[in-house]
Design a protein around this ligand. Structure first.
Ligand SMILES: *Cc1c(COP(=O)(O)O)cnc(C)c1O
Length: 418
């Protein structure tokens, strides 16, 4: 459910015609719908009504301050994977005791930052990290709240790059080693063992893998409790998929029910870390057609957004629907939609049936709210694009388009070259 709709063949975001924004700020830009973001959080949270839970939005899907502030104000928590995300989260107003910290490579300065801030818990991914967090907590005279991220070895049936819960993945600690790892943690002086964590992957479109993972974890929690550990949190991670093309992921309620049905009076607080499902379909990327070109075997639509702006098609071969911002052309062609970058991998769509758009037309790359702007880069010295949020019949630029000066900020020519 989102608020990008056509009225009389003109694409609107809520009550604002997308073309009006383009004519005021230029292209390309990311465009987010406030109403959609809010609705997605509220529906997700409500699906777990009756269960003691904390929804921690997974910041890395989209870390714009406006989006973080919106979720913080709705009572959401935050899942972070870096010191930078902790900084952004605190700045946007998240209470530290609603922040969980995942990731395989936490540096000392990042651990110290999180200990000083007083986050809810670290999701620890290795024994080395466990020892490091214990050491830092000792030095800072703090107690470190932790969960261990368990790799439940379930196949999430998603793209290999977004599967994170298989034995061969770098994430978490293997299920067999889990009990021993908790025993090791129990011997460390500065840790409070509070939870069990997992995150099995992203863009998962079936409920089964979540249930399989949860079944493994509930056995583990029972064993930990009988070993006298006071486990209070079960963190199920994120990963629920969205519809980009014709996927049919479980509804929020089906997903929630699948999890709730396995919880069985466990007397735990459930933590959930949704990312994509909250923001993915709340954003689009708006780009202008620069040129048309008929190659020997293909038609090309050359647009002003490239793989540096939206990496998902290149990185994962991901599908994004591409719709005309003004739906006035009747003819349909088959074409590759490509960007200006000097790489053959620079495409937004391949062999796509699309309206017969012309130079100057605007296109909307749909479902671009998650892992869009956050994965963008300055490759080919392209300034990062603007981000805009619509609220009803108004819009605000929530991240200014970068300038050429921004491109060289921080670069210096050393004295020996002067
Ligand atoms: C990326 C990530 C998430 C969010 O994943 P989505 O597929 O966007 O829901 C949640 N938890 C952890 C630990 C992550 O790394």
């Amino acid at each position: 459910m989102h608020h990008f709709k056509y009225h009389d063949n003109v694409l609107y975001c809520e009550d604002v015609p997308v073309r009006d924004i383009a004519s005021q700020i230029g292209t390309p830009f990311y465009l987010y719908s406030h109403a959609t973001l809010k609705r997605h959080f509220q529906l997700f949270n409500a699906a777990f009504d009756g269960v003691d839970r904390l929804v921690c939005y997974s910041a890395k899907a989209n870390t714009n301050q406006a989006i973080l502030k919106l979720f913080a104000d709705l009572g959401c928590g935050l899942d972070i994977v870096s010191g930078g995300e902790l900084y952004r989260g605190l700045k946007a107003g998240f209470s530290p005791d609603r922040i969980v910290y995942s990731g395989v490579g936490k540096r000392i300065d990042e651990i110290d930052f999180a200990l000083d801030a007083g986050i809810l818990m670290f999701n620890v991914e290795s024994l080395d990290e466990l020892a490091q967090i214990d050491r830092r907590a000792g030095i800072l005279k703090k107690r470190a709240p932790i969960a261990i991220r368990i790799n439940p070895d379930v196949d999430p049936k998603t793209h290999p790059y977004t599967a994170t819960g298989l034995k061969k993945n770098k994430f978490g600690i293997g299920y067999e080693a889990a009990l021993d790892s908790y025993r090791v943690a129990g011997k460390l002086e500065n840790l409070d063992i509070l939870g069990v964590d997992c995150h099995i992957g992203s863009q998962i479109t079936e409920a089964g893998p979540f249930q399989d993972a949860l079944e493994n974890l509930t056995h583990l929690i029972a064993e930990l409790k009988s070993a006298g550990m006071n486990i209070r949190y079960l963190d199920m991670g994120g990963g629920l998929g969205i519809t980009y093309a014709d996927e049919s992921p479980p509804s929020l309620q089906e997903y929630a029910d699948a999890i709730i049905s396995q919880l069985k009076n466990m007397d735990l607080q459930l933590i959930l870390e949704p990312g994509r499902v909250l923001v993915g379909n709340a954003g689009i990327l708006v780009t202008e057609v620069l040129y048309r070109k008929a190659g020997e075997v293909k038609n090309f639509i050359i647009v002003d957004a490239g793989m540096n702006d939206l990496l998902r098609p290149t990185l994962y071969n991901a599908f994004h629907a591409i719709e005309p911002v003004e739906n006035s052309r009747k003819d349909v062609i088959v074409a590759d939609v490509v960007g200006p970058i000097c790489e053959s991998g620079d495409f937004l769509a391949v062999d796509r049936s699309i309206a017969d758009v012309k130079s100057g037309d605007l296109l909307a790359v749909m479902s671009a709210g998650a892992y869009g702007f956050v994965m963008s880069s300055n490759y080919c010295s392209r300034p990062r694009v603007a981000e805009v949020m619509v609220h009803g019949d108004r819009f605000n630029v929530v991240k200014a388009r970068e300038t050429y000066e921004d491109l060289v900020r921080g670069e210096t020519v050393p004295p020996f070259l002067e």
